[in-house]
Design a protein around this ligand. Structure first.
Ligand SMILES: [Zn+2]
Length: 414
């Protein structure tokens, strides 16, 4: 293969990916319906449902425009040799592989973040604001940005240095050693996620004793689930959207409820939501997720190690010398169709897990409580009630609401 051919393959992958995404997103607009489904009567009034349709329309247009801008940015970099230019620039200042990569990715990450700031501002302060979701102040927005940059510099820079160090020292063992390091890091982060990472952005307070804590502890006890750490997070600092999640494993198991969720739902509904989260743990979804993440990293590093042996990617992107960092850019694009296929596969597993966790929750909670919570959440978030089945197949990690409610109906009857 010549560098020229690889260059055209890269361009084709980018254009085909864009075309496919836009086609699926367009399909998703064709199933919009202003007729409210029967099961949500009493939860939505006509005016709010028409706001849902507006929200969907605004988000579709916004997505289209921001996707076009990203496409233009990446095509511009490829057509005008931007990656080769940055590569040449960092080579003026250092010949250390680690420093070159840190400067190279640092410049790209910072520049692309700066370009995306206006898009993020428009999304948060115009669209989310218009529909009453936004609680982020400009101050929080800026502080979040700065914290995000620092975290990326420390964690991203650290891991990148380690991987290139391994690459330079270990030759053909590279991908296995890098795989072990990344896996250990992944386990560390998922173990300490709620204790170390979350507090950087949010305040966590232990759920005080009372009716809600009693109800949750009762569910945990009936599920034979040893749970001590239940916290409330100040999600209302950024948005009115509610959420709950489970993190950690072993002795670091913890459940986090957004304050926005606690304020909007009854104790029975919250207990049902918690039963669902406990279901994910009990049915080993958390463990399976970790293992599959680690396996995917292995496949990715193995394929990357094959590409690193060739100088083709560097030449295709217009650079004169092969390097780790320029190969990673080419690899990122060449791998994107694989990652899309894997994404579809793992989304379908995730949807299956959601059904399983729902069935588990039904067996432990008040009849109807989980459905009521899901309906309220859907209305509150103005979620799309009629997504196109192909869009769901490709993008949804959770089943669409109506299918999910129907499955809970069946579980409650059996
Ligand atoms: Zn779930």
């Amino acid at each position: 293969m010549t560098p020229q051919v690889l260059y055209y393959i890269i361009i084709t992958i980018i254009l085909a990916g864009f075309g496919f995404d836009q086609w699926i997103s367009y399909l998703n607009t064709t199933t919009r319906s202003n007729v409210l489904p029967d099961v949500l009567k009493g939860f939505y009034d006509e005016e709010t449902y028409s706001r849902q349709q507006d929200y969907d329309r605004d988000n579709y247009r916004f997505g289209l425009i921001s996707d076009i801008l990203s496409l233009l940015a990446i095509l511009g970099m490829l057509v005008f040799g931007g990656f080769a230019w940055i590569d040449g620039f960092v080579r003026l200042y250092t010949d250390s592989g680690i420093l070159m990569a840190i400067f190279f990715f640092g410049i790209i990450a910072f520049a692309s973040d700066l370009l995306s700031i206006p898009i993020e501002i428009y999304h948060t302060f115009v669209i989310e604001e218009r529909f009453g979701f936004n609680k982020t102040t400009p101050k929080t927005f800026v502080i979040d940005k700065v914290k995000g940059w620092l975290l990326t510099a420390v964690i991203g820079g650290g891991i990148l240095s380690l991987i290139i160090f391994i690459y330079e020292k270990s030759g053909s063992w590279f991908w296995i050693l890098a795989w072990i390091c990344i896996s250990v890091f992944t386990l560390f982060i998922s173990y300490f996620y709620t204790t170390l990472l979350v507090p950087i952005f949010n305040k966590l307070t232990p759920l005080p004793a009372g009716e809600l804590r009693d109800a949750i502890e009762l569910v945990a006890a009936r599920a034979d689930f040893n749970l001590k750490d239940i916290s409330i997070m100040d999600g209302s600092k950024r948005s009115t959207r509610g959420n709950a999640y489970f993190s950690g494993f072993g002795s670091k198991k913890s459940i986090v409820l957004f304050d926005t969720l606690v304020n909007e739902h009854s104790v029975d509904e919250l207990a049902a939501v918690l039963a669902h989260e406990i279901g994910h743990y009990k049915k080993k979804h958390v463990l399976k997720g970790l293992i599959s993440g680690i396996l995917q990293t292995g496949v990715l590093l193995f394929l990357l190690s094959l590409l690193l042996k060739s100088s083709l990617p560097a030449l295709a992107l217009g650079a004169s010398t092969a390097s780790f960092h320029i190969s990673v850019i080419a690899f990122g694009i060449l791998y994107s169709p694989v990652s899309m296929v894997l994404g579809i596969f793992f989304n379908s597993i995730s949807r299956k897990h959601e059904y399983e966790a729902d069935r588990f929750a039904v067996s432990l909670s008040q009849p109807g409580a989980l459905q009521k919570a899901l309906k309220q959440l859907s209305v509150k978030n103005l979620s799309n009630l009629t997504p196109h089945p192909w869009y769901v197949f490709i993008h949804y990690s959770h089943p669409a609401l109506l299918q999910r409610l129907a499955a809970i109906d069946r579980a409650e009857l059996s």
